[in-house]
Structure formats: structure tokens, C-alpha cells
Design a binder for this molecule. Structure first.
Ligand SMILES: [Zn+2]
Length: 269
């Protein structure tokens, strides 16, 4: 009952969906990142965002993909004893709804030597994974903008996104490499060190109507996004996927340019 009252008040105070251009009524709070992404579903403090039903549902499979990829690739995964409930739930949901994707990840994965054992790595370079993780990155950027400024990005705004994962678990290196693609004035490490023991952290910069975010999950998956409110992407800031808020279609993929950011190539390994 208390929760229902809280929800009503939240929707009254936040009457518009912050993901699809600012003209659609909010119907549900959207929690970013989703609970399922975290071990034992223990979600650290995240963003509670007003969403229409359509935009909220849009990323439910993506959340499972993020949970699966982050926990499979993450160094924390090795410290988890037994099968974690959120990982299990994400895996089961993907088995039921995206069984073909799981098979493809296994089929195209390369055999590798890892800690003295030969094993087959999963191939994360799949369209559903690339788009799904970038869709979450776009949501995090729109949500951050809303929380920080109270404003909703208009239709026509281009949201640039990319993701990367690092099986070696060096989040600092990963993020620094990813941020090499962002404008120079965005200094992520300024004054603060990454706490790599966290299963999640989000750093952002909101400069007038420009937003930059970088989110790290399980020391392994990094999502980055940026946009300038109301504007199309500038050539030099283009990342893997470009999204836009659409009143008619929700958060919409405008252009897909490439796969995940290849961290290894960028760091010269
Ligand atoms: Zn919406």
C-alpha cells in the first residue's frame, strides 16, 4: 500500500516519460539499472525515472542481456559461489525468449586458453547484444539529464552510444580507452578514483545541455553515451549506435555504425 502511494506521488511529481521526447504521460517508474543486473538482485542506489509503459518494457530483455554478459565476462563472476539468482533469472529469461541468441553466442565463440585451460569463449558481438546494451546506455543518459536538470530531451536529439567489455577485469583501463572517444574536456578521473570493487558505478557530466555518462558493471561491461539536447550528432563524436526520442515510436535506433568498441585494439594489446 505504501509502495502504491509512493508510485502515485512519483508519477504526479514526474508526469512525463523522460525517454520519448517529453510529450507522453508517465505510467511507471523505470529503475535504471534494473535489479536483475546485480548479484542477488541487490541493486545499489540507481535512478528512478518516469516512463511510459512502452519505454519501460522496451529494455526488459536488454536488462537480462546486460545481466548475463556482465556476470559472464566479469571478474566478480569468479568470486560468486553457486549460481546467483539474478544471473539464473536472466539466463532463464533469455533461454525462453532468445534461445537462438544463446546458441549463436556459443557457436561463433573462439576457443581460448584461459588460466591454463582450453575453453570456448562466448561471442558477445551479436546484434541483439550490441543494440540492447546501447539502448540501456541511451536510457541512462536521458535519465541522468532528467535527474540533473529536470528537462527531457526533445525528439530530434541524437544520443550517441557505445559499449565494451573487458574479460581481464581492468575497469580503469577500459573506461579510459572508451573515453578516448569522448571530447577531451571530459576528464573522468578528475579528483576521483574508480572504485573497482563495486558491481556498478555511473559517472556523468552535465554541461548546460550536454550530457556524458559512463557506467561500469561487474568490472567488465562499460556503457557510454552522450548527447546535446535538441541537436544532431557532430561528425567527430559519432559512436557505435545513434538513438533518438520519438513520440510515436519511443526510444528509437536511428543508425547503427559498428560493433562494440574494441578495447584491446585501442590499448594496443
Ligand atoms: Zn516513453
Amino acid at each position: 500500500m505504501g509502495a502504491e502511494m509512493d508510485k502515485k506521488r512519483f508519477l504526479r511529481e514526474n508526469p512525463l516519460c523522460c525517454f520519448c521526447g517529453g510529450l507522453v504521460k508517465s505510467e511507471e517508474p523505470d529503475h535504471q539499472p534494473a535489479k536483475i543486473v546485480f548479484v542477488k538482485k541487490e541493486r545499489p542506489e540507481g535512478l528512478e525515472l518516469p516512463s511510459c509503459r512502452r519505454c519501460n518494457r522496451l529494455t526488459s530483455i536488454d536488462d537480462c542481456i546486460l545481466s548475463f554478459v556482465a556476470q559472464m565476462a566479469g571478474s566478480l563472476r569468479q568470486q560468486v559461489t553457486g549460481v546467483d539468482i539474478s544471473f539464473k533469472k536472466a539466463f532463464q529469461t533469455l533461454q525462453t525468449n532468445r534461445g537462438e541468441l544463446l546458441e549463436r553466442m556459443q557457436k561463433t565463440g573462439k576457443w581460448t586458453l584461459h588460466q591454463g585451460k582450453i575453453q570456448r569463449a562466448l561471442d558477445y558481438n551479436q546484434p541483439e547484444i550490441n543494440e540492447g546494451l546501447c539502448r540501456i546506455a541511451a536510457k541512462l543518459a536521458l535519465g541522468t539529464y532528467y535527474i540533473e536538470t529536470g528537462k527531457i530531451a526533445r525528439p530530434g536529439t541524437h544520443i550517441e552510444t557505445a559499449w565494451g567489455h573487458n574479460q581481464r577485469g581492468n575497469a580503469v583501463e577500459l573506461v579510459n580507452n572508451l573515453l578516448g572517444q569522448l571530447p577531451k574536456f571530459y576528464e573522468l578521473n578528475q579528483g576521483k578514483k574508480w572504485n573497482t570493487s563495486d558491481s556498478f558505478f555511473l559517472r556523468h557530466l552535465v554541461k548546460t545541455d550536454e550530457v556524458y555518462i559512463a557506467a561500469i558493471f561487474h568490472q567488465s561491461v562499460a556503457l557510454i553515451a552522450y548527447f546535446k539536447e535538441g541537436e544532431a550528432s557532430k561528425e567527430r563524436y559519432k559512436l557505435a549506435g545513434c538513438w533518438t526520442p520519438s513520440t510515436e515510436r519511443g526510444l528509437e535506433l536511428l543508425e547503427w555504425r559498428g560493433a562494440q568498441v574494441d578495447v584491446k585494439n585501442q590499448s594496443g594489446q
